[in-house]
Design a protein around this ligand. Structure first.
Ligand code: NAI
Length: 347
């Protein structure tokens, strides 16, 4: 391995560059920053680099992976936790993958609560009114969170942090996770009961084949009238058509969305001077009881610092150490076949 590790970072925003350059003063890892996303068309930019550093909406499909492999790229370093945008199977035995499994569960959990409080207490409306010297409070009636039941789907790092926040508000917790947290006092219920009993439902599970469209036409039918849905995990956990129908039927009382099924070409960009062609997104934005943020739940100073630090450490670990603890591997789920426990790397 050459002494200097050359990395190409895609989908770079000013805040990414700031957090990485602040830590990258040792000349061991040299990063070239590209504003463009990684796609089959832009993969060629990675020629001559050892590593590509990617984010949630970069496309790391089989086609892209094959191209990167032919250019000699050895490592895909995700600067995020979720890896649903990477064809892990296609990368197996070609290019290693690392990720940042946790950088600040507080950032995401606190954002979920911020969205919930905004939508139920209408602070987004109040802000606009008082900016215009309109001090009328009609139409801003909210409700107390105290005593309400919140259904939390996924009780990993973020889900559990969110539960702690909700407990502070005096809420009752219903949780569902196929792998419940051991030794916790979390009240686990079936997914069906969670849908039927919750006043508010918050999604904190990864996007997998099992969880894709976990909120769909059938699950919406089971929910309480007026239920509030919060999604800070991945857009495709919700079937957008079912969400819109539920909102139009007044079955769903409100939705707080930090992620959206078709976000990849839209979120993180400024389309304020354009006509957006996504009719579902446009419809959601017109609704007064829908709050959309543009995948910003992770965006805190602490999280950005942790992302940069762990990503750089993952890269160093891969090239200089035996064990790469944050490696993502196609075989890891099939524990008996995975080499990682024996050799420190998946292949
Ligand atoms: P984690 O891995 O600690 O927890 C995920 C939990 O989901 C685990 O307990 C797992 O057992 C559970 N789970 C798996 N399959 C499930 C199913 N079928 N139904 C219900 N639960 C299931 O992950 P963490 O750190 O808590 O993150 C959760 C998700 O948040 C990530 O997968 C990612 O998609 C999203 N995220 C969003 C960010 C944003 O900026 N909006 C930032 C970071 C993460």
């Amino acid at each position: 391995m050459a002494e200097i590790i050359k990395a190409a970072m895609f989908d770079v925003k000013s805040y990414d560059k700031e957090s990485f350059t602040a830590l990258c003063d040792n000349e061991k890892i040299k990063i070239k920053y590209f504003e463009t996303k990684l796609t089959p068309d832009t993969a060629e930019l990675a020629k001559g680099y050892d590593v590509v550093i990617v984010f949630v909406n970069d496309i790391v499909s089989k086609e892209v992976i094959d191209k990167l492999y032919s250019y000699g790229v050895k490592l895909i370093a995700l600067r995020c936790a979720g890896f649903n945008n990477v064809d892990v199977k296609a990368a197996f035995e070609k290019i290693h993958i690392v990720r940042v499994p946790a950088y600040s569960p507080y950032a995401v959990a606190e954002h979920a609560m911020a969205m919930l409080l905004t939508i139920i207490r209408r602070t987004h409306k109040a802000y606009i009114r008082t900016k215009d010297f309109n001090f009328n409070i009609s139409g801003l009636t909210g409700f107390d969170l105290h005593g309400k039941t919140i259904g939390v789907i996924g009780t990993g790092k973020i889900g559990r942090t969110f539960i702690d926040i909700c407990k502070g508000f005096g809420m009752n917790i219903n949780a569902y996770d196929p792998f419940p947290a051991k030794d916790s006092d979390i009240n686990y219920v079936s997914l069906d009961s969670l849908f039927r009993e919750s006043d508010i439902i918050s999604l904190h599970c990864p996007l997998t084949n099992d969880t894709r469209h976990i909120i769909n036409k059938d699950s919406v039918l089971k929910m309480k009238k007026g239920v509030i849905i919060i999604n800070t995990s991945r857009g495709a956990l919700i079937d957008t058509d079912a969400l819109i129908d539920g909102l139009k039927d007044r079955k769903i009382g409100a939705a707080c969305l930090d992620v959206y099924e078709e976000e990849s070409d839209i979120f993180f960009e400024d389309y304020s001077g354009h006509i957006v062609n996504d009719d579902n997104l446009a419809r959601l934005i017109t609704m007064p009881n829908v709050l959309i943020t543009s995948h910003q739940a992770f965006l805190t100073k602490e999280a950005l610092e942790n992302i940069a630090e762990t990503t750089l450490d993952n890269i160093t670990a891969f090239f200089e150490r035996e064990e790469v603890k944050n490696e993502v591997c196609y075989q890891c789920d099939r524990k008996e076949e995975c080499k990682k426990s024996r050799s420190g790397k998946c292949f």
